[in-house]
Design a protein around this ligand. Structure first.
Ligand SMILES: NC(=O)c1ccc[n+]([C@@H]2O[C@H](COP(=O)([O-])OP(=O)(O)OC[C@H]3O[C@@H](n4cnc5c(N)ncnc54)[C@H](OP(=O)(O)O)[C@@H]3O)[C@@H](O)[C@H]2O)c1
Length: 310
């Protein structure tokens, strides 16, 4: 039974995120990793199964930092109520979740995207990237995705409406971008860093915005590698800026409403790859993210929706 003022959720879906690799490693800035034996931190969707909280009723679906576990206790702090009539529950970890919101704020607020801009997105077939390229198209920009393999590149162009895609595993990214964006790149939403960032820096348009969403190529590295071509920013009068999505938390409802409208209209596709197998499937799922096995958002299903607690 929950404590007075608290409730219990049965966790149904757990978000698998690249940043988790960093949460379990010693950090250069000294933040402690998740302790061995502790519950792995994770955003998740759960259903209230018992409540002593006046604001949360049994049966409601919620998003919160419930962790990789089957049941979580909460006092409601940092929890968001979900509306299953607006979109399938798993979309709240995809296009309507933190990754969709990262695409939204990274592109529109930090990148200041406007019609006619040429936008390049790395890890474009992933959760953030696939939404970012689609938002770019909705806002009248040209969207070029960088992804690994012909199937992902085909999906970006044929199914999601990207204007072009570069297969970084088979093509010379710098040369291909020169062909695809002869007038330069106005916005680069970078999820990867490393060699891909260096290649895009060679093609900046004047006044370009390089938006650092993340650095997937660096999260497993013993030593991170900075961009060698950073002096290109100078000639292009360009800026490079990092951001963290939770800084925009006050605007999540407005952004979610707009994203949900695009989902409803069919202008935005939220693709989720759901791995069955419960909590035990989580470690392999995290490895899959780094092996490029996902199209869109990677999620672990913990309990089938509607399952009753013991
Ligand atoms: N700023 C924020 O507040 C914020 C919030 C959420 C997420 N993020 C960041 O956004 C980025 C994308 O996250 P996501 O959840 O959308 O992940 P994701 O893109 O769904 O999944 C990872 C994908 O990245 C690619 N990848 C993996 N290792 C790579 C490497 N070494 N080099 C190049 N590509 C690699 C793989 O695709 P390929 O097959 O194409 O290689 C893989 O499928 C991450 O850097 C994450 O940290 C930032």
């Amino acid at each position: 039974m929950p404590e007075p003022g608290g409730f219990v959720v049965a966790v149904e879906y757990v978000s698998v995120d690249p940043a988790m690799r960093r949460w379990i490693a010693a950090s250069p800035v000294g933040t402690a990793p998740v302790a061995i034996g502790a519950v792995m931190e994770a955003g998740a969707i759960g259903r209230v199964t018992a409540s002593e909280h006046p604001g949360f009723a049994v049966g409601e679906h919620l998003y919160g930092a419930f962790g990789v576990q089957e049941y979580a206790a909460s006092d409601g702090a940092g929890v968001t109520r979900l509306d299953p009539s607006l979109a399938p529950l798993t979309a709240y970890l995809g296009a309507l979740g933190i990754t969709g919101l990262t695409a939204y704020f990274g592109l529109l607020d930090v990148g200041r995207a406007s019609a006619g801009d040429t936008v390049v997105v790395s890890a474009a077939a992933g959760a953030v990237g696939s939404v970012a390229g689609q938002i770019a198209r909705i806002r009248g920009c040209r969207a070029i995705g960088i992804a690994g393999g012909p199937d992902k590149c085909r999906w970006l162009v044929d199914d999601l409406g990207f204007d072009a895609a570069v297969d970084y595993k088979a093509e010379d990214v710098a040369r291909r971008l020169g062909e695809l964006a002869p007038d330069g790149v106005d916005i680069f939403l970078d999820n990867v860093g490393g060699a891909i960032l260096d290649a895009v820096l060679l093609h900046l348009a004047r006044g370009a915005r390089v938006v650092l969403s993340g650095g997937l190529s660096q999260y497993n590295a013993d030593e991170t590698r900075g961009p060698s071509n950073y002096l290109q920013l100078l000639g292009a009068r360009a800026s490079m800026i990092g951001f963290l999505t939770p800084d925009y938390a006050g605007r999540y409802p407005q952004a979610r409403a707009e994203l949900a409208g695009w989902l409803r209209d069919g202008r935005l596709i939220s693709r989720e790859k759901i791995i069955e197998g419960g909590v035990r499937a989580f470690p392999d799922a995290l490895l899959k993210l780094y092996a490029g096995a996902n199209l869109g958002k990677l999620i672990v299903a913990v309990a089938p929706p509607g399952d009753s607690p013991p």
